[in-house]
Ligand binder design. Structure first.
Ligand SMILES: Cc1cc2nc3c(=O)[nH]c(=O)nc-3n(C[C@H](O)[C@H](O)[C@H](O)COP(=O)(O)O)c2cc1C
Length: 370
């Protein structure tokens, strides 16, 4: 079923970009969890549009209204439903191009799939705006994971052809993770920041857009979580990552680079530490072997394509007349999606990790994460 995800934590995302509201229903959250609204609002603020020159000028407050599953500040255990109003809509921007599909967006595929009944305004259900409910759901999950010492952080690994360092090359401690989480444009090597931003500004001036990569790390996760084959940690994380619009690729650990190396360069050596615990010397496999966590941080990178809506002239078709026409998209769009997608990637990771932890605990005989 579309727009519904999960086994133990089930999320159902609803709404359209220019409808009255968007939102999410989360099923599977245990009763009694105290929700920290300041923490939730902080995460929502990280994704919110309209904050700077790198983002669309659509200005939404993205304030969350919880309408069920919360009583006196604690979860009730029944479906937790949150609504986020759409207030800054300019649907007129889309009337002109109503019948001309935007290349690279879901206008054409959505039209075919929903037999022309789809709400095309602002991309409708395919809009990047639909990632706000994912951030809410992910923040609730993240709050629970935090209590178990599981932390999630990420950074901009590249914008176009400008690269940051990788978590594989750097020591990852709590301070560094907190610095990245609190940064609007998180990079490990701050000397690359201005070059990356320049590329985004230049693309915007030229009526174009750019993409990049996000590297995400999940620390504090023990060995033995996940399943082989169809429910592998890689499968579960990839599945939810591709629900984020504009994500076009994912790799774990050294990922695609491994195909160019020798086995001796890709294996993570195993040793017993002074406490008799099994550890790995490196994390080239991204914390996963055989679909199951190996005790190292889960490490993955997603590739985000350049924003499809650009004002540069492109070829398309007018569905009403079936004429080949040219289109130049004039609405308010992000010249680069990467920096706004960061909290979304972290939130999606939180949902997937909590879902897998609950599965593991079910096998062990129950989890009380209040
Ligand atoms: C946070 C975020 C913001 C986005 N902003 C825009 C935007 O301003 N304009 C646009 O055309 N696409 C934007 N997108 C991407 C489109 O929603 C996406 O490319 C489209 O739905 C087609 O899906 P696909 O690229 O996964 O194939 C955004 C995506 C995200 C995650």
């Amino acid at each position: 079923m579309s727009s519904i995800w999960g086994r133990n934590i089930k999320i159902s995302v609803f709404g359209e970009s220019h409808g009255p509201a968007i939102g999410v229903t989360i099923d599977g959250i245990l009763p009694g969890i105290k929700l920290d609204m300041d923490y939730i609002n902080k995460q929502m603020e990280r994704r919110r549009p309209g904050k700077n020159r790198m983002s669309t000028s659509r200005n939404e407050s993205d304030s969350v209204n919880i309408i069920s599953g919360l009583f006196e500040g604690r979860t009730t255990g029944t479906p937790l439903c949150a609504i986020i109003k759409n207030s800054d809509k300019k649907s007129g921007d889309y009337r002109r191009t109503k019948n001309i599909f935007r290349p690279g967006h879901a206008d054409y595929t959505g039209y075919v799939r929903y037999r022309g009944f789809n709400d095309y305004r602002g991309g409708g259900h395919f809009s990047g705006r639909l990632t706000a409910p994912i951030v809410f759901a992910g923040t609730v999950c993240r709050h629970i994971l935090n209590q178990y010492g599981i932390k999630i952080s990420s950074h901009i690994k590249s914008i176009k052809n400008i690269n940051d360092k990788s978590f594989l090359q750097e020591e990852i401690d709590c301070n560094r993770m907190d610095r990245l989480i609190n940064s609007e444009f998180p990079v490990i090597d701050q000397s690359v920041e201005s070059g990356m931003k320049e590329i985004i500004y230049k693309a915007r001036e030229e009526g174009d857009s750019v993409g990049g990569k996000i590297e995400c790390i999940v620390t504090g996760i023990s060995a033995g979580i996940g399943d082989p084959m169809f429910e592998s940690v890689e499968s579960v994380i990839s599945h939810i990552m591709f629900s984020i619009p504009a994500v076009k690729g994912i790799e774990f650990g050294e990922g695609f680079m491994m195909s160019e190396k020798y086995g001796s360069e890709c294996n993570d050596a195993i040793y017993a530490d002074e406490n008799g615990e099994i550890k790995l010397l490196t994390n080239r496999n991204g914390g996963i072997n055989g679909g199951i966590t190996n005790g190292m941080p889960i490490l993955f990178t997603v590739a985000v394509k350049p924003t499809p809506s650009i004002s540069k002239v492109q070829k398309s078709v007018n569905i009403e007349t079936m004429d080949n026409e040219e289109i130049s998209i004039k609405g308010r769009h992000d010249p680069c999606i990467v920096q706004r997608a960061i909290p979304v990637v972290e939130s999606a990771a939180a949902i997937a990790v909590l879902d897998m932890l609950l599965e593991a605990e079910k096998i062990k005989g129950g989890m009380n994460y209040v």
